[in-house]
Design a protein around this ligand. Structure first.
Ligand code: SAM
Length: 280
């Protein structure tokens, strides 16, 4: 019996798109990867998915989905908002020996943790208009995942992996790097997509960090980092006034000069500050 991993009989993705007249819709951020060598590479570089339950957001015509179904993953649950793709994806579902299912929904309204049991991972070529809010939502429960392997616009990927004292370092870098090891797996030029977007893309992988028992909670860190970077050119003694009356003693208590700016503070610095603030 087939293990549902041989998809060699499926037609090329370009034919699937032509047959079902699946013109890309801008409003849904549709830029497709039609080269299976590229999608297989994404899955290969994402690591070993043996026995893992994958959630894929936005399968579209199914290029990345095919590579996932070919992998050793236990199951693939694809969440797609645009109902036009159901017919194109039905062939993959049929070939998958029950390992793949399609859920027609807005990914912002479903939590992958509720969709599939652990061990679980998210793999997605994200729609650019909802990529960041989806990531923030998944980060809140990052401990529930083996990994998140996500394609973003390069500019967003840079903001996830950025180091201190760089223009890209900000809220997203601190929150993501606080909760996860973040690495840029590789960059993809705009021409790899059909239709090509205006900018290049990059695949980022996030894997959960161990969290100490006294780690601050998400809302505390989020509020602190938002205030600090809300006025990134201001010194922290001024920018944190939106949160507290007197930021100076708090900053000094954790060894941060009150004249420092947010972009100079590393993740450990923000964690120390959040803990001291909550202990007040
Ligand atoms: N995975 C396909 C690929 O790599 O060729 C398509 C990627 S395309 C960048 C993004 C996909 O996400 C589209 O199929 C789009 O319809 C879908 N999408 C957009 N917004 C969505 C949402 N809120 N929830 C679920 N899917 C969404």
């Amino acid at each position: 019996m087939s293990d549902g991993r041989d998809l060699s009989h499926l037609p090329p993705l370009r034919d699937v798109i032509a047959t079902h007249e699946l013109a890309a819709k801008k409003a849904f951020g549709q830029h497709f990867l039609l080269d299976l060598n590229v999608t297989r590479r994404i899955v290969r570089e994402a690591g070993d998915f043996t026995g893992v339950n994958i959630v894929e957001v936005g399968p579209g015509p199914g290029g990345l989905t095919r590579a996932l179904v070919e992998s050793p993953a236990a199951s693939i649950t694809a969440v797609e908002r645009d109902p036009r793709f159901a017919v194109a994806l039905a062939d993959i579902v049929a070939a998958s020996a029950g390992r793949m299912r399609l859920i027609e929904a807005d990914a912002l309204t479903v939590d992958p943790v509720d969709l599939v049991p652990a061990p679980r991972a998210v793999v997605s070529n994200l729609p650019y208009n909802v990529g960041t809010p989806l990531l923030i939502g998944w980060l809140k429960r990052i401990g529930e995942y083996r990994s998140l392997t996500l394609m973003f616009q390069k500019e967003v990927a840079d903001r996830i992996v950025a180091g201190t004292r760089t223009p890209a370092y900000g809220r997203l870098a601190v929150m993501a790097q606080w909760l996860a090891h973040c690495r840029n797996l590789y960059d993809l030029p705009a021409r790899a997509f059909t239709p090509p977007p205006k900018v290049d893309s990059a695949v980022v992988q996030l894997t959960p960090r161990e969290r100490p028992a006294d780690d601050p909670d998400f809302a505390t860190m989020e509020a602190l980092v938002a205030a600090a970077f809300g006025q990134r050119r201001k010194m922290l003694r001024a920018s944190l006034k939106s949160l507290m009356k007197e930021p100076e003693p708090l900053l000094l208590s954790v060894g941060i000069p009150p004249t420092a700016r947010a972009e100079e503070i590393d993740v450990a610095g923000f964690v120390a500050l959040a803990k001291a603030w909550k202990a007040k």
